[in-house]
Design a protein around this ligand. Sequence first.
Ligand code: SF4
Ligand code: SF4
Length: 350
Amino acid sequence: MGTKDQLKIRALELGFDACRIAAAQTARHADYFLAWLSEGHQGDMHWLAREPHRRTDPRQVLPGVRSVVVVAASYYQGGSFRKGPGRFARYAWGEDYHDVMLPKLRQLADFLCERGGSQKCYVDTGPVLERDFAAEAGVGWQGKSTLCLNERLGTWFFLGTILTTLALEPDPPARGRCGNCRRCLDACPTGALTAPYRLEATRCLSYLTIEHQGSIPEEFRPALGDRVYGCDDCLEACPWNRFAVQARELQFYEAGPVRDLSLGQLATLSEDDFRMLFRKSPVKRLKWRRFMRNVCVALGNAGHPADLAGLRRLEVCGDALVAEHAGWAIGRIEARGAAVPPTPAGGERG
Ligand code: SF4
Ligand code: SF4
């Protein structure tokens, strides 16, 4: 059995759901990516604009690279286990995927090292256009939602890449299978998918709740509804997710605080509480102030008068970003209360 076949078996043993190979060459959508950057669509994701030509060509990342190994791991948990308002994107229900994927990816790289290769491993954060190489390797095609789709996994999976100096035979690329569908575009609550395959990140609720550093523009706050972290609307709408297999990795089911705490309870977390509760979750990267910013918006949209005391404490917490969003939420809840007709003083009419 050749190195490539052994590698694929090893990847499945490690818990990955797919493992395929692309040639290490300039990414197919390099020009599109550079144009997207020049139009400023990356917003606060400044790292995307750092050394963009390196990002589009793995040969500038690892000298002598010959192949890109692309792996996928499903994080789909089936149904929903959160009761009550306060939605988190599904990928954040479990443990931080970087912490789960990278050690396994390094074990796969060790296997290639034993066969004489030099490797670099990346999960999401590296200078590699992962979705392009996933399409090139046949792991999945890029959907009109700009997400990567796989026939068996739908859209609910993480990608990882290994750049290697070993020459492994490339697998055939994936064929686009969106057809005439445009459900993701129709489902987007902010019109962030401005055209098929085109995302205006600065309008996207995932971007605004996770990547954006400052105040959430007021025009987008109502559309956030009760979301606290991310948005899955374009994923939920995708018909390929009807066939999605469930995650094999149990760590992606470890929901902890994402499942257990109400919106009102989330608003009472101190910075220490937040750090401790979310230490294993991808939510930790938001840090307390941006998390509270999001919780305030969700309460402004879905909270009740009982939440006002917590919001008033946040309004004087000393952090201008949190205070401003708390003030907005208080105004919204009070306005909803004022819109409810008062109970007649004389009780029920007989
Ligand atoms: S994540 Fe939400 S806001 Fe962003 S493109 Fe998808 S549906 Fe639109
Ligand atoms: S919803 Fe339809 S158009 Fe959008 S990614 Fe899925 S299959 Fe493609």
